[in-house]
Design a protein around this ligand. Structure first.
Ligand SMILES: C[S@@+](CC[C@H](N)C(=O)[O-])C[C@H]1O[C@@H](n2cnc3c(N)ncnc32)[C@H](O)[C@@H]1O
Length: 224
C-alpha cells in the first residue's frame, strides 16, 4: 500500500492541484467542509479520499453521491485521472464546486444538483457507472439504495466509514440482498491516528426498478 501510494504521489502537477483545491475549500465563502486548518483538511479530506482506494476499484467513470465540497469525488478524479459524476442536493455547493473545478482546469468532472433518489429521472443513469462512492451521507442501508441502482453489474460501491460501520452492516443485510450487492472487502486504514474503513460492495445482479424509492424514503425507512 505504501509503495503504491508513494508512486501515485510522485506527480507534482497532481499534488499542486490537490493543494490548491484544499486551500480553496478551507477558504470558501460558504461552509463546505468544516475545516479551516490546511494540514487537517489535507489529511481528513484528501488522504481519506484516496489512501485505501486502488485504481481498479473505480473503473473509468464513477458516481459520487452527496459530494458536498467535492469529497471524495474531486480528489479521486485528480488522483486516478478518471471521469467523475458528482451529485449533491444542495445547489449552492454544486455551483461552488463546478466553478472551482473550472478555475483549476479540471475537465474530467460533471456536476449535477439533484437528489440521488431523482437522478434516475434525469436521463440514462440507471446501471451506467463502473462504480459509486459516498462519504458521510447516511447509514449503509440508506446509502446503498442511493448508489447501487446506478452501478453496472460487476461494478463496485465504496463507502467511507468510521468504526461504527459494523453495526450498520448488520442492519444492511436485507438491503444488500434486495439491491443486488454483496460485501466484497473492508479495508482498514488510519488518518492522523483515527481508524477509518473503506467498505466495498460488489454489484452482483440488476437492482429492481423500484429502487431508489421516493425522496426521503431511503433515509426514513431503510430497507429492512
Ligand atoms: C455531511 S455532507 C458530506 C459531504 C462530502 N461527501 C464529505 O465527505 O465532505 C453530506 C452531503 O450529502 C448531501 N446529501 C444528503 N442526502 C442526499 C441525497 N439523497 N442526494 C444527494 N445528496 C445528498 C448533503 O446535501 C450534503 O452535502
Amino acid at each position: 500500500m505504501l509503495l503504491n501510494s508513494f508512486s501515485r504521489w510522485f506527480s507534482m502537477e497532481k499534488m499542486e492541484l490537490v493543494k490548491k483545491y484544499v486551500e480553496e475549500l478551507i477558504n470558501a465563502p460558504i461552509n463546505l467542509v468544516g475545516y479551516r486548518d490546511f494540514n487537517e483538511a489535507f489529511h481528513y479530506l484528501y488522504m481519506d479520499s484516496v489512501l485505501a482506494v486502488k485504481p481498479e476499484d473505480l473503473g473509468n467513470n464513477f458516481l459520487d453521491v452527496g459530494t458536498g465540497g467535492g469529497v471524495p469525488g474531486v480528489f479521486l478524479l485528480i488522483e486516478f485521472g478518471i471521469h467523475g459524476f458528482l451529485i449533491d442536493s444542495v445547489c449552492k455547493k454544486i455551483d461552488y464546486v463546478k466553478n472551482l473545478c473550472e478555475r483549476l482546469g479540471l475537465s474530467n468532472v460533471e456536476l449535477m444538483c439533484v437528489r440521488a433518489e431523482e437522478l434516475k429521472d434525469k436521463g440514462m443513469f440507471r446501471e451506467r457507472f463502473d462504480s459509486a462512492v459516498s462519504r458521510a451521507v447516511s447509514r449503509i442501508a440508506t446509502v446503498l439504495e442511493l448508489t447501487a441502482p446506478y452501478v453496472k453489474v460487476g461494478g463496485k460501491v465504496l463507502l467511507y466509514k468510521g468504526p461504527g460501520y459494523n453495526e450498520e452492516l448488520g442492519q444492511a443485510v436485507n438491503a444488500m440482498k434486495e439491491l443486488g450487492v454483496k460485501l466484497a472487502e473492508i479495508r482498514k486504514y488510519s488518518i492522523l491516528g483515527k481508524d477509518r474503513f473503506l467498505v466495498i460492495f460488489e454489484k452482483m445482479s440488476p437492482t429492481p426498478e423500484k429502487y431508489p424509492r421516493k425522496v426521503g424514503i431511503p433515509e426514513k425507512r431503510p430497507i429492512r
